[in-house]
Design a protein around this ligand. Structure first.
Ligand SMILES: Nc1ncnc2c1ncn2[C@@H]1O[C@H](COP(=O)(O)OP(=O)(O)O)[C@@H](O)[C@H]1O
Ligand SMILES: [Mg+2]
Length: 306
């Protein structure tokens, strides 16, 4: 789903790279933490995935797209597949909870009917049913972050990036937010969360990618913390192999075929999340479960309102 090969990012007019020769692979359906102190390159990594920044060297693949070959006109399609959540929530202050979440669908041209159905479903999923009419300032920090997560997830993106989403929250609230991200992950969405909140990280038993001054210094599989985590072994077969550039691929600019909806990886525009089938938050966080969550992912379906 996300592949970095020897990626270096050096910002203009700086000497030390913000990311230094980073290679990693985050398969579809995984939940990964990116940890490291302030300035270690976490946000840079996130911005590279969204193509808000370009790598100075190396290769990045996201949902089958090779980002340095991705033409500008295809960046919006990439971003539609990536939900983003930030430390400072970034809600529209004069819009209600419902409007804040609906907005994300409106900009995609969704129909009113779809918005009326999907927004309440998503608010229920994040635990905010009944708060549709409130304004952001009438919510706690944790509730505001849930609105932001609902907005990021309302079009069911295959990838959700969360950059220090608990940075402004107290520990108990933080845990609730991470458990919500875990719940979203179990619908099949790949979740990458940057944080320096070690308590939360340790509570979750997930993969932990550690950066130190731009260098990837460790990458631990979700381990049994009683025996210690085990170093992650690189998989031989990437989850998202780049599409071959050949005669059978009509649109070769980025190896990505606009005409083929299945080429959009596992975007599940037509899939519905059955919130009744979701595991209760917090109760079974420690239960072992198969990779990819409890859902079989739906194939991408092009719907008229996308
Ligand atoms: N737009 C930018 N221009 C120049 N330097 C930057 C920019 N963004 C980040 N940096 C530098 O890159 C390094 C990594 O920053 P960042 O990715 O924000 O780390 P983190 O999110 O882990 O705090 C820092 O040294 C920071 O000062
Ligand atoms: Mg940061």
């Amino acid at each position: 789903m996300i592949l970095f090969e020897n990626v270096t990012k050096t910002y203009p007019r700086t000497t030390r790279p913000a990311l230094d020769d980073v290679s990693l692979e985050i398969p579809r359906g995984e939940f990964a933490f990116v940890v490291g102190t302030s300035g270690s390159g976490k946000s840079t990594l996130m911005q590279l995935v969204m193509k808000e920044q370009d790598a100075t060297r190396g290769r990045i693949l996201v949902a089958g797209r090779e980002l340095d070959r991705l033409p500008e006109r295809k960046v919006p399609a990439l971003r539609r597949e990536i939900g983003c959540v930030f430390q400072d929530f970034r809600l529209l202050p004069n819009k209600t909870v419902f409007q804040n979440v609906a907005y994300a669908l409106q900009v995609l041209g969704s129909s009113r009917a779809r918005i009326r159905q999907t927004v309440p479903e998503t608010l229920e999923l994040v635990g905010l049913a009944g708060m549709e009419k409130r304004l952001p300032h009438q919510l706690s920090g944790g509730e505001q972050q849930r609105v932001a997560i609902a907005r990021a997830f309302v079009n069911r993106p295959p990838v959700l990036l969360a950059d220090e989403p608990t940075g402004n929250l107290d520990p108990d609230t933080s845990l609730g937010i991470v458990q919500l991200l875990d719940r979203i992950n179990r619908t099949g969405t790949t979740v990458v969360m940057a944080t320096h909140d070690t308590v939360t990280v340790n509570a979750m038993r997930k993969r932990v990618i550690r950066l130190d001054r731009g260098v990837l210094v460790s990458d631990m599989e979700a381990g049994d913390y009683t025996t210690g985590s085990i170093p992650r072994v690189r998989l031989d077969e990437p989850d998202e192999a780049p599409r071959p550039l050949g005669a059978d691929t009509p649109d070769v600019a980025d190896g990505f075929d606009d005409a083929d909806p299945t080429a959009y990886g596992d975007g599940d525009a037509g899939a519905e999340v059955d919130s009744d089938a979701l595991p209760p938050i917090g109760r079974d966080a420690d239960e072992p479960r198969p990779r990819g969550g409890i859902f079989k992912r739906h194939k991408a379906v092009q719907t008229s309102d996308r």
